[in-house]
Design a protein around this ligand. Sequence first.
Ligand SMILES: [Zn+2]
Length: 218
Amino acid sequence: MACALCIIGQMLTPYHIEITLQALAEYFSPRALSAITYANIHQDGLGGQFGHDEYHFDNNAFERTYAYIEEQRTLTVSALQKKDAPAAWSAFGRMLHTFQDFYAHSNYVTLWLARFDGQAPPASSNIDPVDLSLIHSPDLRSGKTYYPFELLYFWRPARAFALSWLPHDSHAWMNLDSPEQGFKFDYAMQAAMRRTVIEYGKTTAGFSEDMCQLFLDK
Ligand SMILES: [Zn+2]
């Protein structure tokens, strides 16, 4: 059984798997896809939980998070140049995890939906995951983790109590980690899926044919 600690502050593991497989299945071999997905969900293991806001877009650590993302992208490229495909898949999987968490842990989806205030919003599949005016908006926030109190949120009998005490800028209030969080979850999933494809394109754009072959493993 997964311990509660393994899911704190995280979009739940099955959703990271679903997003990654659905977005990338057509590009990679099953072996490469498995390695990428494994590295992705490993970020939510116990070792990645505390003191790693940059893995999960938590606590408004945007600058640190973007630096981490570009570090993983650079590692992906340098591993391929050394013909080390497994290291490239791992770095790429770690990078994707962070991008996917962005939509579940920030108010990006809420800000995007606010544009349609008063009218029915477009279907979730129409969300633009890279609206720069929102990405750079002074109103953009990500959930703060108020440990240890935040832990109560993950014990179901204490959830309502925890929410009554935690501030509204907490991870507990802001997360879109599962369908229980309501209709915005679908928008977070769709945005994460589209962003995954965009980052795949951005990362592989300058690859030589040899690098592509090694990376896609096909
Ligand atoms: Zn995470």
